[in-house]
Ligand binder design. Structure first.
Ligand SMILES: Nc1ncnc2c1ncn2[C@@H]1O[C@H](COP(=O)(O)OP(=O)(O)OP(=O)(O)O)[C@@H](O)[C@H]1O
Ligand SMILES: Nc1ccn([C@H]2C[C@H](O)[C@@H](COP(=O)(O)O)O2)c(=O)n1
Length: 232
């Protein structure tokens, strides 16, 4: 049976499982996948690489049209380039992570990246039969007409434990420091004026604290399958 393209928005604070869940759901259902956090990280990487003071919102706004940010939407091999350079590794570093909330709070940055997100979502959804888009403001602002909206949460302790488990060597930080860093970024992302991190009124909230990743994936797959409509 043919079905219409399905648009899935997955939002939530840092470390709640958005990326892991979104990639797995998209792969399982044969949909495209877009990591919008990677786009803000790529913009931040470019600002740092080009000597723009990320604390100077006017300087960030003046420069933000310059980089060409391209996201690949295959959930099995997502990619991100800036001006043709693969930045998938560097955008996960500490320097970018510390600066990304400031850059993503600048309205001109959000306007530019939101436009990219909307056009990529509609192109990919048409080509792949749908897309899972994850971020902070997808259900509220980027794709308010999404067919399925999920807001993932988890306790700060669970999120810090998950993050600490994946860091090693020089990046390893104590659990308490990781927890503080997560909460600081959440506060900045929720407190900004332009399109803050927020749950859409019509989103389904899933608290993942006590759930395995597989249980979260199953829950989201079930919600997406229920929302898919046959073509008339
Ligand atoms: N339900 C879960 N149970 C245990 N571990 C999980 C669960 N969900 C995700 N994880 C693990 O937690 C870590 C963070 O997950 P992920 O990167 O998907 O979160 P995120 O919400 O996308 O974070 P960020 O917004 O910071 O990018 C990963 O190592 C992932 O494997
Ligand atoms: N839709 C989005 C997605 C991300 N951001 C900002 C805020 C986050 O702290 C940062 C990095 O995201 P992550 O890779 O941790 O998911 O990007 C945003 O403002 N809006």
């Amino acid at each position: 049976m043919a079905v219409t393209p399905v648009i899935v928005a997955i939002d939530g604070p840092s470390g709640t499982g958005k990326s892991s869940t979104s990639k797995a759901v998209a792969a399982r259902l044969g949909l495209g996948y877009l990591d919008t956090g990677a786009q803000y990280r790529a913009m931040t990487w470019w600002m740092l690489a080009n000597g723009v003071d990320v604390a100077d919102a006017a300087a960030v706004a003046a420069a933000c049209a310059k980089p060409s940010i391209v996201s690949g939407t295959d959930p099995l091999a997502p990619t991100i380039t800036v001006d043709g350079t693969d930045v998938a590794g560097p955008i996960r570093g500490r320097e970018v992570t510390s600066a990304v909330s400031a850059v993503s709070a600048v309205p001109e940055v959000r306007a530019r990246i939101t436009e990219l997100q909307r056009s990529l979502a509609s192109e990919t959804a048409a080509a792949a039969g749908g897309i899972v888009v994850e971020g902070r403001d997808i259900g509220t602002t980027v794709l308010p007409a999404a067919d399925v909206k999920i807001f993932l949460t988890a306790s700060p302790e669970a999120r810090a434990a998950r993050r600490s488990a994946e860091l090693s060597g020089a990046d390893a930080a104590g659990l308490a420091a990781t927890r503080e860093a997560l909460l600081k970024r959440d506060a900045a992302d929720s407190g900004r004026t332009a399109s803050p991190l927020a749950k859409a009124a019509d989103a389904t909230e899933v608290d993942t604290t006590e759930l395995t990743l597989e249980q979260v994936i199953e829950c989201v797959v079930t919600l997406v399958e229920a929302a898919r409509r046959p073509v008339r």
